[in-house]
Design a protein around this ligand. Structure first.
Ligand code: AHR
Length: 335
């Protein structure tokens, strides 16, 4: 075949493909649609100053939470992000109604620190249907991961495992421990309880577990009750956060016990926890980092511009603090 004929055939074929399109659908788009597509403006890339992020904070129950709220507010201010912040006072229904208000307002992103794990499916579906990505912050949710864009926070199970490892070290001959647990049904309390039981030596018995709701005010009476009920029997205490440890230590002091009589492992690594280590009351403090504002704002910008967070589960890098480091580290603690 002559080369000029081959060329004509190729041009002809190319024209046919251009009209019917190639690929799965061979139906040509209606003329009106094509015209509309051509007129659509190019997507303008959002910057931090264009972002509105909703943060329905779960409460103000602890120093950890105060630091977490401050991290969001300060980061938003520095970057020029419009932050819609609310305080749900540890009530899930308040968080849900704050989220619904944000959905109605058409915010760019919702960052949700869930007070408890269950019961988020409906509102997460509403956000998804409205095209608003949700970043789950700090504690986890039990909802299907397809309902949210990302989860950033601590591995609460690992925190519980680290706590058990420290308790095993502190009670090498075994003993009886009590657990002062966080908010019932929260990802933090569930995960820490699970991890603690996973790693605890067989010769250590958990004789009781009660919630102190992550607060100093509720932790103290729970410890008072433990001390009455199990007088002289408690060798160790696993306390799910430093604020409850502060309350528990007040109760232990009032009962006439000395630092170290009950070995305490606490969680958070706040200034208050560091002071308890310096004073000899707490023997190990497992870090839980609240300073999540910068990462969440970065993710929000990415999501608002149509990006995805990979992997969806973003875990914070954390450590264990011991009394011998406490004095040197306390001045540089940010919370
Ligand atoms: O979810 C994180 C936990 O919540 C922190 O350990 C505690 O201090 C806070 O209240």
């Amino acid at each position: 075949m002559k080369s000029s004929r081959v060329l004509y055939m190729l041009v002809g074929l190319a024209m046919i493909f251009a009209v019917v399109g190639c690929g799965a659908s061979s139906t040509p788009a209606p003329a009106a649609e094509v015209a509309q597509e051509a007129a659509a403006p190019a997507q303008v890339k959002k910057e931090y100053k264009d972002l509105t992020v909703c943060y329905p904070q779960l409460g103000a129950e602890s120093d950890w939470r105060t630091a977490n709220s401050a991290s969001f507010k300060e980061t938003a201010q520095q970057l020029g992000v419009n932050l819609i912040f609310s305080d749900a006072q540890q009530k899930q229904e308040n968080q849900i109604s704050a989220m619904r208000t944000c959905i109605q307002q058409g915010v760019d992103v919702i960052a949700l620190p869930p007070v408890v794990e269950d019961g988020w499916d409906a509102v997460l579906t509403e956000a998804k249907d409205a095209g608003i990505p949700v970043i789950v912050v700090d504690r986890s949710v039990s909802a299907d991961p397809s309902l949210y864009a990302a989860h950033i926070g601590s591995d609460m199970v690992v925190e519980g495992q680290r706590s058990a490892d420290e308790m095993n070290r502190l009670l090498p001959d075994g003993g009886k421990v009590i657990e002062l647990s966080g908010t019932t049904g929260s990802g933090a309390a569930n995960g820490r309880a699970e991890g603690f039981r996973k790693n605890l030596n067989d010769n250590i018995e958990i004789i009781d577990s009660q919630t102190g709701n992550f607060t100093t005010a509720e932790g103290k009476p729970v410890m008072e009750a433990f001390l009455k009920k199990y007088a002289g029997q408690i060798d160790g205490a696993f306390i799910h956060n430093d604020n409850m440890a502060i309350g528990a230590v007040e109760a232990i002091k009032a009962a006439g016990l000395k630092p170290g009589d009950i070995k305490i492992v606490s969680v958070d690594g706040t200034r208050g926890g560091f002071q308890l280590m310096i004073d000899g009351w707490v023997q190990a403090d497992i870090e839980c980092n609240p300073l999540l504002g910068p990462q969440v704002m970065e993710m929000s910008l990415l999501l608002a511009n149509g990006g995805t967070v990979e992997p969806k589960e973003q875990l914070t890098n954390e450590t264990i603090y011991l009394p011998e480091q406490a004095e040197a580290l306390l001045p540089s603690r940010q919370y």
